[in-house]
Design a binder for this molecule. Structure first.
Ligand code: PLP
Length: 387
């Protein structure tokens, strides 16, 4: 059976050039970067070079970057690290549509006695900046708001948020995991304090991610041990993974503009086709969104059957965050945006990437539209809903 992949927000394949760059560090370049001998020096130099490449992608200083094991670790580091660093500041601000890697640390903070303000998010995925301004208190420790939502692709006005945070003297952390490598981010101009990224969302391997910590700021480390990452994250570095991350950053810098044009073309094609389907609605259609994501709800269609039928046709995509799919949890993000649960449960997250072809898009659209039409007309639907 043919297999096509429309789940790039869950993870991306490793770019062949990235793999090529990594292989020597899984073979002869096996040294421990903390060792002072020749083998260690080779590995250490490779990490330094990768750090320079990621710093170029962000226009920041290499020593502002701390490599971690995954995006979720970077999120926990920023949030819990802020709590431990400034324990007198017990108030945090975030949104109810963040990834679980931000949502769950905030629930944990609440269990430790912190107070969290969750800003309202409307059905277009927008927050109200006046509400943000009014929520800031003298004991506000951190504002955590994502750059691009993983389920809808909707982008938050993070530059304006960072200006508000600066004006009020509060630190701002941005989960940019879905945007890094796909949208330009210039940390010289964007005055965010902490920013998280993860390699496997932009063609590097899983297990290599990081946190930008603006020079002069401190976060309490979560992992104590050796003096790796200038004492900020202990543990022997994933050298090959970090090399891959560096290569992916270098490639993103070169190819981003061209890729964005191609992805916007696919987005337009997919959404034009979907909008012609009765009962279908693209989530956040009028909001600024990532070029590679379409989230659509189908009024009157059973979301679970839709996903199962797509899977049977060899199409890999997701009904929301990969971390919660498979578990029949209420669709937290769309419900926080005001969608009724029944409609939110019909949501499909279609995400595409640089390797996606026009032919794959055509095959996907044809198959999807056929399945939706069959499900709408199928008596099986009533049986399933009744039974
Ligand atoms: N933040 C966002 C917005 C994400 O989409 C993800 C992964 O889906 C993460 C954080 C977590 O990254 P990782 O999978 O590297 O832990």
């Amino acid at each position: 059976m043919r297999q096509v992949y429309f789940d790039y927000n869950a993870t991306t394949p490793v770019d062949p050039e990235v793999l090529e760059a990594m292989l020597p560090y899984l073979k002869e370049g096996y040294g421990n970067p903390s060792s002072v001998h020749w083998a260690g020096r080779v590995a250490k130099a490779a990490i330094s070079e990768a750090r320079e490449s990621v710093a170029s992608l962000f226009t920041c200083s290499p020593d502002e970057l701390v490599f971690c094991g995954c995006g979720t670790e970077a999120l926990n580091f920023a949030i819990k690290g802020s709590w431990f660093q400034r324990p007198d500041k017990r108030h945090f601000i975030t949104t109810p549509v963040e990834h679980n890697g931000v949502a769950k640390p905030h629930s944990w903070l609440e269990s430790q006695g912190a107070v969290v303000t969750y800003l309202d998010v409307d059905t277009d995925g927008r927050i109200n900046l006046d509400q943000l301004r009014d929520s800031i208190r003298p004991d506000t420790n951190l504002i955590s708001i994502m750059m691009a939502n993983n389920e809808t692709g909707i982008m938050f006005p993070v530059e304006e948020i960072s200006e508000i945070a600066k004006e009020k003297g509060v630190l701002f952390f941005c989960d940019a995991v879905q945007a890094v490598g796909k949208r330009p981010i210039n940390l010289k101009e964007f005055p965010v304090d902490f920013l998280a990224f993860s390699g496997h969302k932009f063609y590097a391997p899983k297990g290599a991610a990081g946190l930008f910590i603006r020079n002069g700021l401190r976060l309490n480390s979560l992992i104590h041990g050796g003096g790796h990452e200038r004492g900020r994250r202990a543990g022997t570095e994933n050298v090959a993974g970090i090399v891959g991350l560096g290569k992916a950053a270098e490639l993103a810098l070169k190819k981003m503009e061209k890729s964005e044009g191609k992805l916007r073309g696919f987005q337009k094609k997919i959404e034009t086709a979907l909008e012609a389907v009765e009962g279908a609605k693209v989530v956040g259609a009028t909001s600024e969104r990532m070029p590679n994501t379409t989230n659509v709800v189908f009024d009157g269609v059973d979301g679970e059957l839709l996903l199962t039928n797509l899977d049977l046709e060899g199409i890999a995509l997701s009904s929301g965050s990969a971390c919660s799919s498979g578990l029949s949890l209420p669709p937290r993000v769309l419900m926080a945006m005001g969608f009724p649960e029944e409609l939110a449960r019909t949501s499909l997250r279609i995400s595409y990437g640089v390797p996606t072809t026009e032919e794959e898009v055509d095959f996907f659209l044809k198959t999807l539209l056929e399945i939706v039409s069959n499900l709408k007309n199928s008596p099986q639907k009533e049986e399933t809903l009744d039974g």
